[in-house]
Design a protein around this ligand. Structure first.
Ligand code: ZN
Length: 70
């Protein structure tokens, strides 16, 4: 029986037929840089992969509102 191309979770060894997809934020030196997606095993929640979500733009910080002087 030939080995099929089946993704196996490196942690629990189960076939990865489904993944949990979570929206996360990529942080570079403490600054939020990009929206990212993480893929986690539905069985054991091990992170299988993370990628930058190029389609989603990080919410840019607008200029500070009226100065809080006073
Ligand atoms: Zn797993």
């Amino acid at each position: 029986m030939a080995m099929g191309i089946q993704g196996l979770c490196p942690k629990c060894g189960k076939r990865v037929l489904h993944v949990n997809i979570e929206h996360i934020v990529g942080v570079v030196e403490g600054t939020s840089k990009a929206r990212c997606l993480s893929y986690t095993c539905i069985h054991c929640n091990t992170v299988l992969g993370v990628q930058v979500d190029h389609r989603a733009k990080i919410r840019s910080r607008s200029k500070p509102e009226a100065p809080a002087a006073g």
